[in-house]
Design a protein around this ligand. Structure first.
Ligand code: PGA
Length: 253
């Protein structure tokens, strides 16, 4: 069985290199535990080199975003080639917090292609802003997936990892996260959309992660029978004890 994928999205934390170091120190004490899952840490870019060096025996480094551009003078942009040279093999694309800053679905789609071209796994984030009783969010999810994956070949789609992150569940607490029942229905729906677009075999091979207030209190129930292959963890990944506890729980599933 493939290892459970855990992506620690540090967002714009910790606030200093010292704090990052103490988190890394605590994590490396549990390296044997973390080696049992497929752990990626996505730190702020300024800590990338340090994190990459400190975690290399038990985890991999990921980036929280990536430039759409490969070449050319683009002040402030970090290209896939630069990221690769720092050991980045996975990049988050289309996180809702970036979309809130104006990133469009077309830009995210082009980033997906750019990451694939560079040989970096795109962790493609998508999710509805709100749920409604009529199930209209399912239509939204279908359209979103179609747009994000348009122009991606059948061969390349199996190099993608999807992160289903309902926007309403991000940055809250376990109580406000998605219920296992809703999650399993949504995962089934996502697989159906993938099967319609690329065929059943491909739809079974694309890992679907869940993100949105994954904490110690809900980590286990969200893995049971929901069909997800991993978590994208935000705030809980910034506390070494909670990341450790979540890891233990997913290993028990
Ligand atoms: P959260 O963040 O776990 O703090 O909800 C998840 C994310 O934004 O990727």
């Amino acid at each position: 069985m493939a290892k459970f994928i855990l992506v620690a999205n540090w967002k714009n934390y910790p606030n200093s290199l010292e704090e990052a170091d103490s988190l890394l120190k605590a994590m490396s004490k549990k390296r044997l535990l973390y080696k049992k899952v497929s752990l990626f840490v996505a730190p702020p870019l300024t800590y990338l080199e340090r994190v990459s060096a400190r975690i290399k025996s038990f985890a991999k480094v990921a980036s929280q975003d990536m430039s759409l551009f490969y070449k050319g003078a683009r002040t402030g942009e970090i290209t896939p080639e630069i990221l690769k040279s720092f050991g980045v093999r996975m990049t988050i694309v289309g996180h809702s917090e970036r979309r809130a800053l104006g990133e469009t679905v077309e830009v995210v789609r082009d980033k997906v292609k750019s990451a694939l071209r560079a040989g970096i796994t795109p962790l493609v984030c998508f999710g509805e802003r709100e749920r409604d009783h009529d199930g209209e969010h399912f239509e939204f999810l279908r359209d979103e997936l179609k747009q994000l994956l348009s122009g991606v070949s059948k061969k390349d789609v199996s190099k993608i990892v999807l992160a289903y992150e309902p926007v309403w569940a991000i940055g809250k607490s376990a109580r406000d996260a998605m219920s296992p029942l809703d999650l399993s229905q949504t995962v089934m729906f996502i697989k159906k959309v993938l099967a319609d677009l690329f065929g059943r075999e491909v739809s079974e091979s694309v890992p679907i992660l869940y993100g949105g207030s994954v904490e110690l209190a809900n980590a286990q129930e969200l893995t049971q029978g929901t069909g997800i292959k991993g978590f994208l963890v935000g705030h809980a990944s910034l506390k070494s004890k909670s990341l450790e506890a979540i890891t233990r729980l997913v290993l028990e599933r």
